[in-house]
Design a protein around this ligand. Structure first.
Ligand code: BG6
Length: 465
């Protein structure tokens, strides 16, 4: 692709950004919100969070949403993905509805619509209500019932104006973080529970989709998955197999049931062989089979490179998916020097072509893509604007590949950056900044648009660059 080439996108392409409740709202202990696992974990172990910053205040969207939405409009957004905090709306996870929370989400949705920004609403972004975690969270089937009830409540309250719904964001991440690799509460390393959590989460997604259709809602409902392509080191059959297994664990585990209504055979075979089949009822598989998604959100940050295992695993170590592959550090890979993640723009094209060829070219959009940078303040110029040319470059290079996928027939409908304004990134807290808009924590959360925000505005207005 040459520099002078132009990249025009369809007129109705969705330009915007994405965010989540716990990472942006703040007001974690106000107006009747219940605790979620993040509030609880931070209270217990603040040292696990960067600079000991917890979720209590985050980016104050709860108080500033009108101003923030005005800025979104200014930056050319025609759509924005947010999430509802389950523990704000239903503080104990089940039971009483928090009227103040309903009022807040009604106002946010109204404000977006008045500003010509379509709300895309996600129901679950890593933030399990603590009362449900106390009974086991997704390990316990009762949480699936509670979630369906929560989903029905959201459809009833907001379905009249919200026409794009998502059941989960990156459902594999709480499995990895909470039950395999120790970066979410409850910090377990227990593959059996991990599989149960994965199954119940998938079931909850299908049950919410079933409820949405039973309630005769007239929008679209989908799921947001972090599809990280697994690239094998080489074409050696052992490397290729390692790549296929990593793909089955981390991508196809949710992609196949969400889009095709069935789990990948390769994954089922491993779980059977290793003795990790989850508890389920026969009818669950029917619910999953008949309630696939209308629309798929794709989050893409970095590729996963793998190779065949170098050594026999320790037979006494806890079982982890990594028993089947090793990570591969490819010489010469391009890095985000500020964050330490590989940048591989073509990955987004590979995902879209895979969806086109193997998943019925399902309607989809890039629901997250972005570049986290530590210490971004050093790029602020005399006018106070963060000169984030690296982010512009990052977005541009990904958009070029998305453009190519469209030309080849991909059904991709939009691009949302992670994220609108700098926010609280779980255990990384405010370490890495991702926003179009900077949030100055020293100055009571003052917002300033970064160079990338102004650039994106033009791209959205001109339908390309
Ligand atoms: C995505 C999540 O995985 O990546 C976001 O949906 C998250 O919630 C984002 O903040 C960036 O990752 P990190 O680890 O740098 O915060």
């Amino acid at each position: 692709m040459t520099q002078t080439e132009q990249y025009r996108f369809p007129k109705d392409f969705w330009w915007g950004s994405s965010a989540s409740a716990t990472q942006t709202e703040g007001a974690a202990d106000r107006d009747g919100k219940g605790q979620n696992i993040w509030d609880y974990w931070f209270e217990k172990e603040p040292h696990r969070f960067f600079d000991h910053v917890g979720p209590a205040a985050t980016s104050q969207f709860y108080d500033n949403y009108k101003e923030d939405i005005r800025l979104m409009k200014e930056l050319g957004h025609n759509s924005f993905r947010m999430s509802i905090s389950w523990s704000r709306l239903i503080p104990d996870g089940t039971g009483e509805l928090n009227a103040k929370a309903a009022e807040f989400y009604h106002s946010v949705i109204d404000e977006l619509i008045v500003n010509g920004i379509e709300p895309f609403v996600n129901l679950f972004h890593f933030d399990m209500p603590m009362e449900l975690q106390k009974i086991g969270g997704w390990v316990n089937r009762e949480t699936v019932d509670a979630y369906e009830n929560y989903a029905r409540t959201c459809f009833r309250l907001f379905g009249g104006r919200v026409k794009k719904w998502f059941t989960h964001n990156e459902p594999i991440v709480p499995v990895e973080g909470g039950y395999l690799y120790d970066f979410h509460y409850p910090n377990k390393v227990d593959f059996k529970e991990a599989v149960q959590v994965g199954f119940h989460t998938m079931l909850s997604s299908a049950r919410a989709i079933q409820a949405y259709r039973e309630m005769k809602q007239d929008g679209k409902i989908g799921i947001i998955l972090n599809l990280t392509p697994s690239y094998p080191r080489s074409s050696h059959p052992a490397d290729v197999k390692a790549g296929e297994i990593a793909d089955a664990f981390f991508n196809r585990s949710f992609l196949d049931p969400s889009v095709k209504g069935e789990f990948p055979k390769e994954l089922v075979a491993i779980l059977k062989n290793e003795g990790f089949v989850p508890d389920y009822k026969k009818e669950d598989l029917e619910v999953i089979k008949h309630n696939t998604v209308d629309l798929l959100g794709v989050n893409y940050y970095q590729p996963r490179r793998v190779k065949a295992k170098e050594h026999l695993p320790n037979p006494d170590a806890p079982f982890l998916p990594d028993r089947y592959f090793d990570p591969y550090v490819m010489p010469g890979r391009k890095m985000n020097p500020h964050r330490g993640w590989e940048i591989y723009e073509k990955g987004v094209y590979d995902i879209l072509i895979n969806l086109k060829e193997n998943y019925g070219n399902i309607e989809c959009f890039i629901s997250e893509n972005g570049m986290g940078v530590e210490g971004e303040e050093r790029f602020r110029d005399e006018q106070g604007i963060i000169q984030d040319d690296y982010r512009i470059e990052f977005i541009k290079e990904h958009l070029k590949w998305i453009h190519r996928a469209i030309q080849e027939g991909s059904n991709v409908k939009g691009y949302h950056l992670w994220t609108f304004m700098d926010n609280w990134s779980w255990t990384n807290a405010y370490k890495n900044r991702y926003g179009f808009v900077s949030v100055n924590l020293e100055k009571d959360g003052e917002r300033t648009v970064k160079k990338s925000g102004n650039w994106f505005k033009k791209v959205a207005e001109q339908h390309g660059f």
